[in-house]
Design a protein around this ligand. Structure first.
Ligand code: C2G
Length: 130
C-alpha cells in the first residue's frame, strides 16, 4: 500500500504559498490527496464565499503534478471520516493550524509545515483592489 498524505485547504486565488505546501506535503509520502473546502464551508468559516467557485479551485489543484487525487471537504468535523476513507498515513497542514488537528494523532501522523511568508489570498485581493 502506498504511503498516503492528506491535506486540506480552500486554495482560493491560487498562489505560490499554496503550490509550495502541496509540493512539500507530497514529499512526505507516495500519494497526495487534497480536500478542497467547499464554497459553503468557506461561508461558514470566513463569512464570505471564495473568489473562485469550488469546481474551478478543484480543477486547478487536481491539475498539479504533485497531486494524485482531490475531493470536496464539506465540513471541518468530518476529518476523521476523510482520514479513514482515504487511508491516510499522514495529515499535513500549514502551521497557521498548529495544534488544531493533534486529536487525529491516533488515526495518522499529523504534521504542520511552515507557511510561505509574505503571501496570502487576502493580501493578493487587497493588492488588486488598491
Ligand atoms: N499556506 C501556506 N503558505 C501561505 C498560505 C497558505 O503554506 N502563504 C497553506 C496553509 O497553511 C494551508 C494551505 O496552504 O495548509 C491552504 O491554505 P488555505 O487555502 O488558506 O486553507 P484554509 O482556508 O485555511 O482551509 O480543514 C482545513 C481547512 O479547510 C483549511
Amino acid at each position: 500500500m502506498k504511503k498516503t498524505v492528506l491535506t486540506f485547504g480552500t486554495f482560493d486565488v491560487f498562489h505560490v504559498g499554496h503550490l509550495r505546501i502541496l509540493q512539500r506535503a507530497s514529499e512526505l509520502g507516495e500519494r497526495l490527496i487534497v480536500g478542497i473546502s467547499t464554497d459553503h464551508l468557506n461561508i461558514q468559516k470566513k463569512g464570505r464565499p471564495p473568489v473562485y467557485h469550488q469546481d474551478e479551485r478543484m480543477e486547478i489543484v487536481a491539475a498539479l503534478k504533485c497531486v494524485d487525487g482531490v475531493f470536496f471537504e464539506e465540513s471541518l468535523e468530518l476529518k476523521p471520516q476523510y482520514i479513514r476513507e482515504h487511508q491516510a498515513d499522514v495529515l499535513v497542514m500549514g502551521d497557521d493550524w498548529q495544534g488544531k488537528f493533534d486529536e487525529f494523532g491516533d488515526l495518522c501522523k499529523v504534521v504542520y509545515l511552515p507557511r510561505t511568508p509574505a503571501i496570502s489570498t487576502t493580501e493578493v485581493i487587497e493588492k488588486i483592489r488598491d
